[in-house]
Write a protein that binds this ligand. Structure first.
Ligand SMILES: Cc1cc2nc3c(=O)[nH]c(=O)nc-3n(C[C@H](O)[C@H](O)[C@H](O)COP(=O)(O)O)c2cc1C
Length: 550
C-alpha cells in the first residue's frame, strides 16, 4: 500500500526524508496499526484514535493508525489512505521522525536553529505528479472533496479540517518564507478558512498577512499536508520570524531539503511532500471560521478568519493523507509541541540567561496543553536568587507560555503532579514563596470571560534547607521486595517515583546505627542506650537534636 518513490538512505542513516518512508520505519518498529475495515472519516476515524489518549493507556503504547479503507457518511470511498498519530502520538514516534533517540532531540533542535542548511531546488518534484487546477477545482465532487479530510471533533466541528499542515507564506518585503502549522477548514471544493493566531507570540503567517493588507495584495499561501517529519516538526516550533524553517529542517535532516516552486503561486514547498494546496488569501475580507475543538481543551467558537481561494492542488501519484489528533491534551498536538519547546526553554535558561543550578524544564501536558503551566527543576542548594531569576525567565521567554511556573528540587519528578503538590505543601510558604506578577498577555485559550491583561503566578517550591529523609523503605529493601513480588507472580507493577526512601540532608550518624541495628534484630541495644539518656523537664515532641545541644 505504501508508495515510497522518494525513499532515501535516510532510514538507515538519519531521519526519513519522505513521509511514506517514515511510515515504513514506524511499521518496522511495531508503532503503526493498519485498519483495513471501512472507517467513516467524519464520525469514526478521530474518535477511534482518541481512545488511545482517553483510555488510560501508557504513553509508550500509543501508535500511529493507518486507515486504508476510508469512507464517509454518503458511502463515498476515498483512494487515499489516512494516517493519524504518525508524527507525534508519543515521543518515541517523534524520535523516529527525527532519526534520533529521545534524549538527543533537544540538542538537535538547538544545533539546527544555530546552523541551518539551506534547501536545494529541484524540478519535476514528486509532489506535483498530479496537478488539479482551473475548472477541475470546481467540480461538485472535485477539488478539496477529493481529499479524505476527517472531522476532528464530530458533534462540534463545523466541517472537516486540515490539521497536519505546514502553511507556507512569504514576507512580501524581505522575501523570507515562514512555515506554520495552522488549521484549515473546508469551505468549498476550492476554498478554505485558515486561522493564523493574531495574539502576541501567535502565527508568523499573520505578520505576513498584515503586510499584504497594507499593500492591498492577496497573500500567496501553500498548505503542505504530509512531508518529511523533520520538515513538519518545524511548523509548530517557535522560531524567530525571519528564520526560514526550511533551513532549520535541513540541519535536522543533516542535508538540504529538496524544494520545488509551486505551480500557481511564488512559494517553495518540500519537493517530496504528499499533497500541496496552493492559493491566495484575501487581504481584506475575513470569513466566519469554526467552531473547531482546540488544544486548550475547549471548542473554539466561530471567529472571523482568513479566506483562502485555492488555485491548485498538487500531489504524489499515490499520496497518504496525514491528520493530527489535537483538542484535549495529551494529544499528538501537545506531544509535538512539548518535544520541541522544552529544549528551547532549557537552552534559554541555562545557556542564554545562565541560570545557576537549573536541571530541567517540564511543560505540563494533561489538559492544560504545554503552554500555561511550567515546572523547573533545580539542583539542591541552588541560590534562591537564581531560582527566582529562573521563574521570571521561564515566565517571560514566550509571550504565551508560563502563566504558572513552579520551581521544584531535583528529587521531585515534575511530571508527577502529586509530587509537585507535595512539594508546594511542605517546602513552600505561600507568603514568601508565591508571587503574582501582573500584565501578561492572555495567550491561547477560550475567549469566554477572559481579560486581555492576564497575570502570572510564580512559586518557589524548592527545598530551602536540609530535610529529613523520604519515608519509604531504602532502595535496597524495595528492590529485594520487587524481586519477591515478581517471584510470586503478583500483578505487574508500574513504579511511580518516589518508590524508595532517600536522604535530603537532615540526619545524624546514630540514626544510621539504630536503623542498621533494627534490620539486624538488635533494636534492644538501641533501647538500652536511649534509656540511659532519659531526661526530665522537657515537653513531648522536643527534638533530641535541640534538647541535647542545650
Ligand atoms: C496541530 C496543531 C495545530 C495548530 N493550529 C494552529 C492554528 O490554527 N493557528 C495558529 O496560529 N497556530 C496553530 N498552532 C500553533 C502553531 O503551529 C505554533 O504557534 C507555531 O509556532 C507557529 O509557527 P510560526 O511561529 O512560524 O507561525 C497549531 C499547532 C499544532 C501542533
Amino acid at each position: 500500500m505504501l508508495d515510497q518513490p522518494g525513499k532515501t538512505k535516510s532510514q538507515s542513516a538519519g531521519p526519513a526524508l519522505d513521509f511514506q518512508a517514515h511510515l515504513a520505519a514506524l511499521e518496522a518498529a511495531g508503532l503503526l496499526v493498519r485498519v483495513d475495515r471501512p472507517i467513516d472519516k467524519d464520525t469514526e476515524l478521530h474518535p477511534l484514535v482518541r481512545w488511545q489518549f482517553q483510555g488510560g493507556m501508557p504513553e509508550d503504547q500509543r501508535r500511529a493508525f493507518l486507515f486504508t479503507n476510508v469512507i464517509d457518511g454518503s458511502g463515498r470511498r476515498y483512494d487515499m489512505p489516512v494516517v493519524v498519530g504518525a508524527l507525534a502520538a508519543s515521543p518515541q514516534i517523534y524520535s523516529i521522525g527525527m532519526g534520533k533517540p529521545v534524549e538527543e532531540i533537544g540538542a538537535a533542535w538547538v544545533n539546527a536553529i544555530a546552523h541551518p542548511i539551506p534547501p536545494v531546488k529541484v524540478s519535476n518534484p514528486p509532489c506535483q505528479d498530479i496537478v488539479i487546477k482551473g475548472a477541475d477545482l470546481k467540480k461538485p465532487d472535485g477539488g478539496l472533496k477529493l481529499l479524505p479530510v476527517p472531522i476532528s471533533t464530530p458533534g462540534f466541528d463545523a466541517a472537516p479540517y486540515l490539521t497536519a499542515t505546514l502553511c507556507v507564506t512569504k514576507d512580501p518585503e524581505s522575501g523570507i518564507q515562514n512555515m506554520g502549522t495552522y488549521r484549515g477548514q473546508l469551505k468549498a471544493t476550492d476554498r478554505l478558512g485558515v486561522r493564523m493566531a493574531s495574539r502576541i507570540g501567535g502565527a508568523g503567517g499573520y505578520q505576513h498577512w498584515l503586510k499584504h493588507r497594507r499593500m492591498k495584495t492577496p497573500m500567496p499561501c501553500a498548505i503542505v499536508v504530509g512531508c518529511a517529519p523533520v520538515v513538519v516538526f518545524t511548523g509548530p516550533q517557535k522560531l524567530a520570524i525571519d528564520q526560514d524553517e526550511m533551513g532549520v529542517a535541513g540541519a535536522l535532516a543533516g542535508q538540504p531539503i529538496r524544494t520545488a516552486k509551486c505551480v500557481t503561486v511564488d512559494l517553495d514547498v518540500p519537493a517530496d511532500a504528499e499533497i500541496v494546496i496552493e492559493g491566495l488569501i484575501d487581504p481584506e475580507l475575513l470569513e466566519p471560521e469554526g467552531p473547531f475543538g482546540e488544544s486548550h481543551g475547549y471548542v473554539a467558537l466561530e471567529d472571523y478568519n482568513m479566506s483562502m481561494q485555492v488555485t491548485a492542488i498538487t500531489h504524489k501519484r499515490k499520496p497518504v493523507f496525514v491528520s493530527i489528533i489535537s483538542q484535549v491534551t495529551p494529544s499528538e498536538s501537545s506531544v509535538i509541541k512539548k518535544v520541541a519547546y522544552e529544549p528551547m526553554f532549557m537552552a534559554h535558561l541555562r545557556d542564554q540567561i545562565s541560570i545557576k543550578g537549573i536541571r530541567g524544564v517540564s511543560l505540563h501536558e494533561p489538559l492544560s496543553n504545554v503552554r500555561p503551566v511550567i515546572f523547573l527543576k533545580f539542583a539542591q542548594g541552588a541560590p534562591r536568587t537564581e531560582v527566582w531569576r529562573g521563574l521570571h525567565g521561564a515566565s517571560t521567554f514566550r509571550a504565551d507560555c508560563g502563566k504558572i511556573v513552579v520551581a521544584v528540587s531535583e528529587d521531585i519528578d515534575p511530571t508527577n503532579t502529586n509530587a509537585v503538590f507535595w512539594s508546594i505543601a511542605y517546602r513552600a510558604n505561600p507568603v514568601d514563596d508565591v508571587h503574582i506578577v501582573p500584565h501578561r498577555s492572555s495567550g491561547h485559550g477560550p475567549k469566554s470571560g477572559r481579560k486581555s491583561n492576564d497575570s502570572s503566578m510564580l512559586i518557589d517550591a524548592t527545598l530551602k534547607q536540609v530535610f529529613p529523609p523520604l519515608a519509604l523503605p531504602g532502595k535496597q529493601f524495595m528492590e529485594r521486595a520487587r524481586a519477591i513480588w515478581d517471584e510470586l507472580g503478583l500483578p505487574a507493577l508500574a513504579p511511580q517515583p518516589p518508590w524508595h526512601g532517600y536522604m535530603l540532608g537532615e540526619w545524624a550518624d546514630e540514626w544510621d546505627t539504630y536503623a542498621a541495628r533494627a534490620v539486624g534484630g538488635q533494636w534492644e541495644t538501641s533501647g538500652k542506650e536511649t534509656f540511659a539518656r532519659r531526661r526530665g523537664g522537657l515537653t513531648p515532641e522536643t527534638p533530641v537534636k535541640s534538647a541535647d545541644k542545650d
